[in-house]
Every structure is written in structure tokens, then in C-alpha cells.
Design a protein around this ligand. Structure first.
Ligand code: NAD
Length: 541
């Protein structure tokens, strides 16, 4: 690829396969689900390409069948984290100087491998380990992960081609250097695509990473490591560190080579990592880049002119798909009293139709929440609402942990706009609704803007377009991803780059070019063609 200008045009988004019964993709996926269901994978630590087994092990189980052990994993100690820093910095020497088109070729190969051979593997692992149904796995571990690979290569080519203009007698150009150190990628359980992207975006830009995967997503995340290796990613560029986030964070942020965090998870965890970075600031070669997408309390705001059926569908899908465990999931709704009766009736009808259970049964729309901690948290909010004077559970509310961590899609109705579950993130299938007086839209929208500390996603419904415009303006800072007449979930790479501000993160927009810019430090080079030899200004001559 030397002596050539290579461009990577805007790719097409990976098509979502239908998985109709008997289709080739469905048959292949079912076979893979059976294969993985019979295994207990031994997940090692991977440092510099070497598999390490400390013997300090934990278990990975199916959320919808918690006695079913899918894997055991080895936990890192301080020693392994320090080894990983060394391995990453060794790999940095070559990877940071590898031509970007070669790095791009590796990433494009990842996309191709995932679109074919690895598609059923990653989808089955995400279904079993993170309790996603076929569709939710397909849009995450296949399509979105592939889109991140392909689009980021396109964005990188766009960024690298941005060059300053030349001046009289001199040339200018911008070199986009990777950061001088390693990135700590700390990833959440809820999206295999996010886990991949948090490592691979910095890596595509020439960086190396220590990867702290979420313990409850280890199975799919381990298969991602295998995919990276098969695509030709050199050893040590990504070092895979299962274990305690607190320990890994503490050791990594003490290294002078710590040059950034790429994080997605709760606000609390990101704040603690930020504080650690702040405390160690004097140790670092450069100011670290702190990029984090964090919690949310995503809303649907309904104007009296809205179509009740559209609202009900958006509320149902937005709040309950993947058990409400999307960072963008609708978890509070403001609705005119005149519409609430019809909307609730329709949500109840949908809830009655859907089934809840094991991912292997394709009839199940709802599966389990991720673990016992999440189950207990959901249950505590439901129990609180059941006892509250200013709220009632109007749909669902049953929790059953006999076989898996199952929480029914639940709707809480409240007369208190600042009711606990209107304010706090739960991260489960619970929607709290505040019906407001139809003639109090302005008061209600103010509440929507000011009630929660977050600013991730939000949706406004209404057929009166001018009224919607006013609401959008009033909610200008309430969401980084804002929807009109659509559910607040389902952002697509290249179309709706994702992220929010306030307590929801640094809003560096995964799935767009802004994120990539955080992982480079530009150097501007001016080259004078004929150097001056006279110090005098013209008028002094
Ligand atoms: P989490 O904060 O519990 O965990 C995220 C990661 O941080 C995991 O790998 C975990 O092991 C690690 N971790 C935990 N404690 C740590 C510590 N003290 N130091 C270092 N690392 C630590 O979040 P989660 O339960 O995996 O994910 C759910 C959260 O993620 C929700 O708050 C959700 O809103 C958020 N989320 C946000 C977005 C977004 O784009 N804004 C996307 C997905 C998820």
C-alpha cells in the first residue's frame, strides 16, 4: 500500500438477518447455541498474546438459567496488570508506527470475519452469556460491531486526509500520532459491540490497550479476542484482563504510560476512575484522555397532540426490549392524562402477548436481567413502589429467580414527578409514568428537563410539529440523542452517533468521527523550502 492514496468510502450498514425458522442463518445459529451450551469454556487472561491462568477463578453463568455454567475465568492480580502494561508498551513500539492502511486492513478483516464465520459464534455467546434474544444479539454482536469496524476505518481516512494549507515558500502537514502510552478500555455487560468498540477505536488509530471486560459479558468478549487474533492483530496490542475492575483501574492509573480511559458503564464507576486519574496526574507523560459514556434516565415526553398507538409502541419497545438494559432505554414517561388510559391499555395488550424465558426459545421476546444484583435492584424499586402512597404498580411487577433472573415488564404510575423511580437509573424493565394535566405542558416539560442528573436519550411525541419544535428547544440539554416520534433506543452507527452529556458522560459520540479524534495527538510540521538568511524586515533593508 506504499506510494498510494487509499480512501475508504462511506460503507453500507451491515444488513440485519431475518432468522426465519429454517433459514440457513437460523439453522447455523441453533447449532452453535447447542454447541456452546454443552461447553464450559476455560477463559484465560491474555497478555502479549500469552494465555495466563492464575487459578484464581470465577464462573460465568446464563442469566436465564443461573445454574448453567458457561465458562470459568481466571482473575488478574496486581502482577498481571503490571505485566500487561509492559506487554502493551512493547507492542506500542511497532503498532504505533504501522502504516494506518495496514491497521485498517486488519480491522476490515475483523468485519469480514464477523459477518461470516464468527457471526453465529458471537451471536450465540451474546445470547447465552448476556441473555439476548436472536434479534437483540444480531443487531448488537453482529451488525453494530461490524458497523463500528467499517465506519471507523472510513472516519479514520477522513481525519487523516484533513490537512492544513501550504503557505508561500513552505509546506504544512499534520501528522496524527497515537497517544504516547496505553489506553485502559473498561467495558460494560450490555453490548458486545461497545466492548469491541472501546478497544478497537483507539487501536485503529495506532494505540494499544489494556482491556477490562465486564465479568458478565466474558464469554462473548473472549470470542472477540479470538476474532482479533485471527484477523491479524499483533500480540500485545490488546491485553485481555478479566478480574476486579477496582484493582485493574487502580494499578493501570498509576503507570506513567497511562494515556487514556475509554469507558462505558455507570456514572459512579467512571467518576471513581476519573478521580484516580486526577490523583496520579503528576505521574503521566501527557494529560490522559478521559472518555466515558455513563448512566441515563431516558425519557419519553408526550404532547397532547400525539398518536396514542405510536406512543404505546415506543414505550413498550423502548422500555422493555433487552429487559430495559440499554443505556438508552426509556425509563420515565410524561404523558397528558387524556392519553394515558389508551396508551396503558395498549402497553398491557403487548405485554400480554409477549413471552418471557430462555433465549433458546425464539418465541421469547423478554429474557432475564443480567445477574442477581440487577434482579435485586429491580425488585427493590418495585417493592418500594408497591408500598408508596404516591405511586402504584399498574402492570407487571412479578420477579422470579427460581431458574433465571426474571423480572416482568413493569409499569409504575406516579402522582409525584420526583418519585424515586422517576429520578434514579434502575437499568431494568421498569417504566415509571407521570400523567400530567393536559393544560400544563410547560410545567411538565420543565420537570422532564430538571428531574434527573442525566442527559443521554429522550423522545418527544406529537403531531403538532410547531409544539414539538418548542419542546425540542426546551429539552435542548436533556439528551445527547433526541428522537421525534420514535423510541429513544436503537441508534445506528453512521446515522445517529451516540452519547450524552450532564451525568451521562463526555459525549464523544461513538459511531461518529468525533470519538476517533480523542485517540490521537496531532503534530503539525512546517517545512520551509528555502530558508531565510537575512533577519531584517523588508522596511529595514
Ligand atoms: P458498571 O459501571 O457496573 O461496569 C462497567 C465496567 O466497569 C465493568 O467492566 C466493571 O467490571 C468495571 N468496574 C466496576 N467497578 C469498577 C471500578 N471501581 N474501577 C474500574 N472498573 C470498574 O456498569 P455495567 O453494569 O456494566 O453497565 C450498566 C451501566 O452502563 C448503566 O449505568 C448504563 O447506563 C451504562 N451504559 C451507558 C452507555 C452509554 O453509551 N452512555 C452504554 C451502555 C451502558
Amino acid at each position: 500500500m506504499k506510494n498510494s492514496v487509499i480512501t475508504f468510502p462511506v460503507p453500507a450498514n451491515e444488513p440485519v438477518k431475518a432468522y426465519l425458522a429454517g433459514s440457513p442463518e437460523r439453522v447455523e445459529l441453533e447449532k452453535e447455541l447447542k454447541r456452546q451450551s454443552k461447553l464450559v469454556v476455560d477463559i484465560p487472561i491474555i497478555i502479549g498474546g500469552e494465555e495466563i491462568r492464575t487459578g484464581d477463578v470465577g464462573k460465568v453463568t446464563c442469566p436465564h438459567d443461573h445454574k448453567h455454567v458457561l465458562a470459568t475465568y481466571h482473575k488478574v492480580g496486581k502482577k498481571e496488570v503490571e505485566m500487561a502494561v509492559k506487554a502493551a508498551m512493547k507492542a506500542w513500539k511497532e503498532w504505533s508506527r504501522t502504516p494506518w492502511t495496514t491497521r485498517a486492513a486488519v480491522v476490515m478483516k475483523m468485519a469480514e470475519l464477523l459477518a461470516t464465520k464468527y457471526r453465529p459464534i458471537l451471536n450465540a455467546a451474546t445470547m447465552l452469556g448476556q441473555s439476548k434474544n436472536i434479534y437483540q444479539a444480531e443487531i448488537d454482536s453482529a451488525c453494530e460491531t461490524i458497523d463500528f469496524f467499517r465506519y471507523n476505518v472510513h472516519y479514520a481516512s477522513k481525519i487523516y486526509s484533513m490537512q492544513p494549507k501550504d503557505g508561500v515558500g513552505h509546506l504544512n502537514h499534520m501528522e496524527y500520532r497515537p497517544l504516547e502510552g496505553f489506553i485502559l478500555a473498561v467495558t460494560p455487560f450490555n453490548f458486545t459491540s461497545i466492548a469491541s468498540n472501546l478497544c478497537m477505536t483507539p487501536v485503529l488509530m495506532g494505540n494499544v490497550a489494556l482491556w477490562k471486560p465486564s465479568t458478565t459479558a466474558l464469554l462473548s468478549n473472549y470470542y472477540l479476542m479470538q476474532l482479533y487474533k485471527e484477523a491479524g492483530l499483533p500480540d500485545g496490542v490488546i491485553n485481555f484482563l478479566p478480574g476486579s475492575g477496582a484493582l485493574i483501574g487502580e494499578v493501570a492509573t498509576q503507570s506513567k504510560y497511562f494515556s487514556g480511559i475509554h469507558f462505558t458503564g455507570s456514572t459512579e464507576t467512571f467518576n471513581s476512575l476519573w478521580r484516580q486519574a486526577g490523583q496520579n496526574l503528576g505521574k503521566y507523560i501527557s494529560y490522559p484522555r478521559l472518555v466515558g459514556e455513563t448512566g441515563g434516565k431516558d425519557f419519553i415526553f408526550v404532547h397532547p397532540s400525539a398518536d396514542a398507538k405510536a406512543v404505546a409502541t415506543a414505550a413498550f419497545c423502548g422500555a422493555f426490549e433487552f429487559q430495559g438494559q440499554k443505556c438508552s432505554a426509556a425509563s420515565r414517561m410524561y404523558i397528558p392524562k387524556s392519553l394515558w388510559g389508551d396508551v396503558l391499555k395498549d402497553i398491557k395488550r403487548m405485554a400480554k402477548e409477549v413471552k418471557m424465558g430462555d433465549v433458546a426459545d425464539a418465541k421469547n421476546f423478554i429474557n432475564a436481567v443480567i445477574d442477581q444484583a440487577s434482579f435485586d435492584k429491580c425488585k427493590s424499586y418495585i417493592d418500594y413502589a408497591k408500598k408508596a402512597k404516591d405511586a402504584k404498580v399498574v402492570m407487571g411487577g412479578k420477579c422470579d429467580k427460581t431458574k433465571g433472573w426474571f423480572v416482568e415488564p413493569t409499569v409504575i404510575e406516579t402522582t409525584n414527578p420526583r418519585f424515586k423511580s422517576m429520578v434514579e437509573e434502575i437499568f431494568g424493565p421498569i417504566l415509571t409514568v407521570y400523567p400530567y394535566d393536559d393544560n400544563k405542558v410547560d410545567e411538565a416539560v420543565k420537570l422532564c428537563d430538571e428531574t434527573s442528573p442525566y442527559g443521554l436519550t429522550g423522545a418527544v411525541f406529537g403531531r403538532d410539529r410547531l409544539a414539538v419544535e418548542k419542546l425540542a428547544d426546551k429539552l435542548s440539554y436533556a439528551a445527547g440523542n433526541f428522537y421525534i416520534n420514535d423510541k429513544p433506543t436503537g441508534a445506528v452507527v453512521g446515522m445517529q452517533p451516540f452519547g450524552g452529556a450532564r451525568a451521562s458522560g463526555t459525549n464523544d459520540k461513538a459511531g461518529g468521527e468525533f470519538n476517533l479524534i480523542r485517540w490521537i495527538i496531532p503534530r503539525v510540521i512546517k517545512e520551509t523550502l528555502v530558508s531565510p538568511t537575512d533577519y531584517r524586515y523588508t522596511y529595514l533593508k
